[in-house]
Design a protein around this ligand. Structure first.
Ligand code: ZN
Length: 155
């Protein structure tokens, strides 16, 4: 990778989002391949995270959890930064890159000022991704290719 000249001021702002709650919006042109921010938070084991956020039947799922792998989960509601406001999109302009046990949000295409930053959460449940499970993890990203859920496609 070529050395990227990084602006010291970050290239995005957090404000209300048409997708959901708050969102992160580019304040300048951001080229593809820019590492924007770390997805920071408390590191939990899967068991700790399950104990903290028990699954409630029929309830819409909403947390700031990000699973690094089968063992480690980042909980951005504790010690998190603005990365937790970055929404899901089924047609994203960013990706979450896991490197040495840390998560970074990077652009995967050029982003225009005012565009909302988003990545594909691609959640994977232990249970089957049934229609009911998908309804628990709805997506309203508005992309033409929206799959109506933030769950990943399972084989
Ligand atoms: Zn969508």
């Amino acid at each position: 990778m070529t050395a990227q000249k990084q602006d010291t001021s970050r290239p995005f702002d957090v404000r209300r989002s048409p997708i959901q709650g708050h969102g992160a919006f580019a304040t300048q042109v951001i080229p593809a391949g820019v590492r924007l921010i770390e997805y920071a938070g408390e590191r939990l084991t899967t068991a700790q995270s399950d104990a903290r956020y028990p699954d409630v039947e029929g309830e819409r799922h909403h947390t700031y959890l990000f699973a690094i792998d089968d063992d480690v989960v980042i909980d951005a509601s504790v010690g998190g930064n603005d990365a937790r406001w970055i929404n899901h999109s089924c047609d994203p302009n960013c990706d979450a890159v896991i490197e040495d046990g840390r998560i970074w949000i990077e652009t995967i295409r050029d982003v225009s000022p005012g565009e909302e930053l988003a990545y594909d959460y691609a959640y994977v449940l232990e249970e089957r991704h049934t229609p009911a499970a998908k309804r628990k993890f709805p997506c309203h990203c508005g992309a033409a290719t929206c799959r109506s859920t933030i769950l990943a496609k399972k084989r």
